[in-house]
Design a protein around this ligand. Structure first.
Ligand code: FAD
Length: 560
């Protein structure tokens, strides 16, 4: 779920019958917030765990740690980036390549992962990424997490952040030097990856194997990837509330949204975050920290009964909400009634970007949204789709669409491989993660939907069972690096019988299995870290288990 940030939104402006859960730190004391935020800051600088790191962001050398803004001279060749637009009054007219062997539409995580895997399998490949953003490919997760915890006053410019383990890095996957200029792509002897920024693909001619950009330029391709991600949904109630409310509302997705919200958070008296999913909860934590410094009022509201209500089983969502309230909103202890006109549901989420479906004649899935592709992520003979925009056939779990970073990496990589002829099906399950406060973190895989039946097995957590401790132990924030199928080949079950949780309300750590037709289709590892390969294998095996307590023993949660 993606939140809408409504700046100083006045509840009275949107009357109606829907009740919303609100978390408000209205009566907090500055000291309380400062104390709380210090604890949160210490623990919440979470490294990016997902396989994204394999997409090339890891270990960026110090020398290359500049902001990947493009110089005015280079910007001309890159079609004038937004940063240089004013400074560069006479850019040389760029020569865009009229043909790209590999054309990737969208400059996000999936495209970048595809570019890397294409180059890995076809070292001389010429890859052209076209993005309507002004930036080179970057990862989005830090925009709602670590960047907010930076002490650097110029963080909105540097876009550098510290991981949980203290290591600093940039949100950009690669510095500008990694890419070649689009005008040099055609003649590049060893190929390379070029990025056309600030350019939107507006039309696809699938039979002619070419696309048209918003400036009328046509580019032909041999293989094309659509990785256009999605756009955050707005709430109808806000759209209808009029210009005043719309003006004070923003959706959160891009670097510019981070910059703009950061700016607003310095000036506004009150910010309301609508959404109780990952992003809403993370931003609430991040802005809550700001509140300690500035006196800003932060309100989080969502229609579910508790945080992560669409993912976590109800008892765990309730437990988590109490935990989040205590950690993030220490003075919150009440439910308020908030009303929306016409009693509409307030589901806020992402709308997969399928703008090209019409001109390309591609099928959009009526249930999940997104371009419908097969198990090899292929929509037509020369067209693949990856990331948030793909509705794909998972050979283990059926048709799906996933809006997570690691999926963008895994699917982008697979699409890239298949664009070079690998013909591989989607089988490597991506994971995702979230931290809901300093003491609660989880990693998940497969279909984790709170409407499915679940079985949870819990144990008492120790000080070792926090995201930060786990990261420090592994010495790297790149958790997925050790996540290969091999490491899960022979998990050893604990011999100890699973003790019952002493206090039924204590869900310190555990494993939650999500079932469909008695088969495990999703697993959450709740404050249990570095065991994703075991979960991945259980999903892959797809067997019925008579006693999931026995299966839970594979994770050794009672032995730590
Ligand atoms: C703030 C934030 C925090 C997140 N945190 C997490 C997290 O902690 N864990 C997690 O698993 N996931 C997280 N996600 C989700 C994750 O970032 C996305 O799933 C991932 O970015 C999807 O990658 P993508 O390449 O499919 O799409 P995107 O990253 O959205 O990239 C698509 C790109 O294509 C461009 N584009 C679209 N149409 C066109 C066109 N016609 N022509 C040219 N360019 C076009 C878009 O502008 C965009 O740049 C987060 C998302 C956000 C916004």
């Amino acid at each position: 779920m993606y939140p809408i940030i409504a700046k100083r939104l006045n509840p009275a402006a949107v009357p109606g019958p829907q009740e919303i859960t609100m978390a408000s730190p209205q009566a907090r004391s500055r000291a309380g917030w400062a104390r709380n935020s210090t604890a949160w800051e210490k623990r919440s600088l979470r490294p990016d765990r997902a396989q994204s790191e394999q997409a090339g962001a890891k270990n960026q050398p110090r020398a290359s740690r500049q902001i990947p803004k493009i110089s005015p001279e280079r910007a001309g060749r890159y079609q004038k980036s937004a940063q240089s637009e004013q400074a560069d009054s006479t850019p040389a007219p760029p020569q865009l390549p009229s043909h790209a062997p590999y054309l990737l539409i969208g400059g996000g995580t999936a495209s970048f992962a595809a570019a890397r895997s294409i180059r890995a399998r076809d070292p001389g490949a010429k890859v052209l990424i076209v993005t309507d953003e002004p930036d080179l490919p970057y990862m989005r997760p830090p925009l709602s997490k670590e960047l907010w915890f930076s002490d650097d006053p110029s963080v909105t410019e540097t876009l550098r952040f510290k991981q949980w383990n203290g290591k600093e890095r940039s949100i950009y996957f690669q510095p500008p030097s990694f890419y070649i200029d689009p005008e040099h792509l055609t003649g590049a002897e060893n190929g390379g990856v070029a990025v056309l920024v600030n350019k939107k693909v507006v039309h696809m001619d699938v039979r002619g194997n070419k696309v048209k950009l918003d400036d009328g330029t046509e580019i032909s391709y041999e293989k094309c990837l659509i990785a256009t991600g999605g756009v955050p949904r707005n709430l109808q109630v806000i759209e209808r509330a009029g210009e005043e409310v719309m003006k004070r509302t923003s959706l959160f997705r891009k670097i510019e949204d981070f910059k703009s919200l950061e700016n607003v958070s310095r000036k506004a008296e009150s910010i309301t975050i609508i959404g109780g999913g990952f992003l809403g909860s993370e931003l609430a934590c991040a802005l809550g920290r700001k509140a300690a410094e500035s006196g800003l009022e932060v309100v989080q509201m969502f229609p579910e009964k508790g945080n992560m209500g669409k993912v976590l089983p109800e008892y765990l969502s309730n437990w988590t909400t109490e935990k989040v309230k205590k950690e993030v909103f220490p003075d919150f202890s009440h439910r308020l009634s908030f009303s929306f006109s016409e009693g509409r549901s307030t589901a806020v989420g992402l709308e997969p970007n399928v703008d090209l479906a019409k001109s390309a004649g591609l099928e959009v899935d009526s249930d999940f949204g997104g371009y419908r592709v097969n198990a090899e992520l292929q929509a037509r003979s020369n067209i693949w789709v990856a990331g948030d925009a793909a509705c794909f056939y998972d050979i283990r779990l059926g048709r799906r669409r996933v809006e997570h970073h690691d999926h963008a990496v895994v699917s982008g990589r697979l699409a890239g491989e298949n664009m070079t002829g690998a013909s591989k099906p989607y089988w490597h399950q991506s994971m995702f993660w979230s931290d809901l406060g300093p003491d609660v973190g989880y990693e998940a895989i497969g279909i984790v939907d709170s409407s499915l039946p679940t079985v949870g097995v819990f144990a008492k957590a120790t000080a070792k069972d926090t995201p930060k401790a786990a990261t420090e132990k592994s010495g790297t924030g790149i958790r997925s690096e050790s996540e290969t199928e091999d490491t899960a080949a022979s998990p050893v079950a604990s011999a100890a019988p699973a003790p019952a949780v002493e206090n039924k309300d204590e869900y310190g750590k555990g494993v939650i299995f999500y079932l469909r037709d008695k088969v495990v289709v999703g697993i959450i590892l709740w404050n249990v870290f570095n065991r994703m390969p075991i979960a991945r294998k259980i999903i892959k095996d797809g067997e019925e288990h008579a006693d999931l307590n026995e299966v839970a023993k594979l994770f050794n949660i009672h032995e730590d």
